[in-house]
Design a protein around this ligand. Structure first.
Ligand code: CU
Length: 172
């Protein structure tokens, strides 16, 4: 019994096509679906299994965060904090709704991104790309790459949109 196998020449050609096609698939993305501010990740030392990521995400038309990926982590999940008995624990959720026009805060003690099976230490000051897998209000899936800053503390919040920076002095 003989098996027909592709020739080595064909294999390497196929591999080359894949290599060339991959960047196009990765970067030919539609305009970003959500606005992401203050994206930051807690630092992780060598050997640390996981770390949390935080940001403020706003979708103009409404969207759902349905998954994550990062080259820095073997596993990336959306987590929520929930009481189990009288202990606050975190657990993975399938998705996170992003209501239209309403900023969703991912923050310590609340919803957060969890990077696990870290492939390298994450040092403060470095940047880690995280791909947000989003489902738009139209049901279309898009991937949006966001650079997360590794930082020991939350970055200073940007001034809220609408407060134009003028001082409202209510005492005269
Ligand atoms: Cu977590």
């Amino acid at each position: 019994m003989t098996m027909q196998r592709p020739s080595p020449r064909f294999m390497s050609f196929a591999a080359a096509v894949l290599l060339c096609a991959a960047p196009a698939l990765t970067f030919a993305q539609p305009a970003s679906l959500v606005k992401v501010e203050n994206a930051w990740l807690r630092p992780a030392v060598a050997g640390q299994s996981g770390t949390g990521g935080f940001a403020r995400i706003t979708s103009d038309k409404g969207a759902t965060l349905v998954g994550l990926a990062s080259p820095a982590a073997g596993v990336a999940e959306i987590h929520e904090m929930a009481m189990e008995g009288d202990v606050m624990k975190m657990r993975a959720v399938e998705s996170l709704p992003l209501p239209a026009g309403k900023p969703v805060e991912l923050k310590p003690g609340g919803h957060h991104l969890m990077l696990m099976q870290l492939k390298q230490p994450l040092t403060a000051g470095s940047t880690v790309p995280v791909t947000l897998k989003l489902k738009g209000a139209d049901g279309k899936l898009i991937e949006q790459r966001v650079d997360f800053k590794v930082s020991a503390t939350a970055p200073a919040a940007a001034p809220a949109a609408g407060s134009q920076g003028h001082d409202h002095q209510h005492k005269h």
